[in-house]
Design a protein around this ligand. Structure first.
Ligand code: SIN
Length: 358
């Protein structure tokens, strides 16, 4: 009887040892994903499970985000690093430059296959587009956030971060530019925008649609952007420690040039005008923009509408006035591209070419 029990014990130990051994190579083969944390609601906490506004963003450190979703270890070998701890309304060019340089440094090694960046949702689209233009790697870079703090009932952060790791670990995400993943959808950095102040499906790509879904631990792509990005982009931040000042002005009825004149007096090198309709300009503002352009300020006509092409030589004679049009970029994305364009050229024709390429 004792012999039989010993055999059963030995046999079951062997089975367990074999299972562990069989698991080992699989674990070794897991893609390696690094999470770079910057703050936001995904790292936010509230006073109760029902608090979904007025909570404190950017509280939990990256280790707590990782520990909260142990499931991600099944899809990737994951490590974390804190880059910043801010609510994204306080995002700055300084953090963008630090983040971009770190992303490029990490992805240049053989030790990381993809990056997830946790970020507040408010300015996520700007950071994503900036990185789309300056990251020098084909490896996946995925931004993720949450609309509800980590302490809330039905918090969306855990599944969002798990899905972001799935996308960053996926070979299909390579070469598609910087991506934004929330609420089970994958969006391209150029086209995505926040569309709702509080809903969990706030991220949309209004004109051109999202690129794919994440479902049950699998990233599925249906299309990709035709615009230049990452390894095919000319923009290089390796030697930059600041970006040119670019301001956004808003179009509305009974407008005036007061804000424009203040921006120019403050030293703006570029102005993006979020015009009404197809980038139309109030007469007094148009006059001010012409004067600013003659002083060397780059002028981009964009639109406050939220989708559609701003047509060149449509609502203003851009050729004659040396204005640039934003194509389908919304004003906040046009600001990002203009700031980077101004690191290379101040020629409006050259800037226009960049707006049609990126
Ligand atoms: C933020 O952008 O940091 C706050 C809001 C959010 O993350 O949803």
């Amino acid at each position: 009887m004792r012999t039989r029990l010993a055999w059963v014990w030995m046999a079951s130990s062997l089975v367990l040892a074999n299972a562990a051994f069989a698991e080992e190579p699989a674990r070794q083969k897991l893609p390696r994903v690094k999470i770079l944390a910057t703050g936001g609601t995904i790292a936010g906490t509230g006073a109760s499970t029902t608090q979904t506004v007025g909570y404190t963003a950017a509280v939990l450190p990256v280790d707590r985000l990782l520990a909260g979703v142990p499931e991600m270890k099944k899809v990737a070998s994951v490590g974390g690093e804190q880059i910043a701890q801010v609510a994204s309304e306080n995002m700055t060019h300084a953090v963008w430059l630090k983040l971009a340089k770190r992303v490029n440094q990490v992805l240049a090694t053989d030790e990381v296959d993809g990056i997830v960046i946790t970020h507040g949702t408010d300015t996520m689209e700007e950071t994503a587009y900036f990185l789309n233009l300056v990251v020098k790697s084909d490896k996946p870079v995925v931004l993720v956030g949450a609309m509800r703090p980590a302490t809330a009932m039905s918090a969306d952060g855990p599944l969002n971060i798990y899905n972001a790791v799935v996308v960053a670990a996926s070979s299909e995400a390579r070469g598609k530019g910087v991506l934004v993943t929330l609420n089970d959808t994958i969006n391209g950095a150029r086209d995505v925008t926040k569309t709702n102040t509080s809903a969990v499906d706030t991220f949309r790509s209004p004109d051109l649609g999202f690129l794919g879904y994440v479902q049950d631990g699998r990233a599925v792509f249906y299309k990709q952007s035709t615009r230049l990005h990452t390894t095919r982009s000319v923009f290089d931040v390796s030697k930059l420690d600041a970006l040119p000042r670019v301001e956004i002005l808003y179009g509305y009825a009974n407008n005036s040039r007061v804000m424009l004149d203040a921006a120019v007096a403050a030293g703006a090198k570029g102005v993006v005008h979020a015009g009404v309709g197809n980038g139309s300009l109030f007469d007094e503002v148009k006059q001010g923009l012409c004067e600013a352009q003659k002083k060397g300020v780059a002028i981009v006509r964009s639109s406050r509408v939220g989708s559609g092409i701003v047509a060149r030589n449509g609502e203003a004679n851009d050729d004659e006035l040396h204005f640039v049009v934003s194509d389908t970029l919304n004003p906040q994305k046009a600001r990002v591209l203009l700031a980077l364009a101004l690191t290379r050229t101040s020629d409006p024709d050259e800037i226009q070419k960049l707006f049609y390429q990126y």
